[in-house]
Design a protein around this ligand. Sequence first.
Ligand code: FES
Length: 114
Amino acid sequence: MIEVTFLTNDGKTVTAPENSNLLRVSLREQGGIPFKCGGGICGTCKCRIEKGIENTDAIKPKERKHLTEEQFAAGYRMACQTFLIGNVSVSWTPRLTGASARPEAPAAEGQSQN
Ligand code: FES
């Protein structure tokens, strides 16, 4: 088993089998990484592996459409395209809409501007 720490979710730490997909672990354990498509298209699941980038698998072509070489060098990945072979700590930019920002607001899909 490996450990995944969701830094932006109060450092919540969970365990998962080796070779797990990062977004799937987040969904199963309510880690909180934002997502829409789950298929490498939308770019919503951009996150930063702050510890353990060496424990992630190879960068996929789909990720290169959303992230630059500089961002990869800084530890950024697309969660839905990333598989884990060891412990990681991950952070992301919380979305402005949704549960974490305004509990009373409806959890609308999309349109995060205004
Ligand atoms: S959720 Fe859409 S690219 Fe990962």
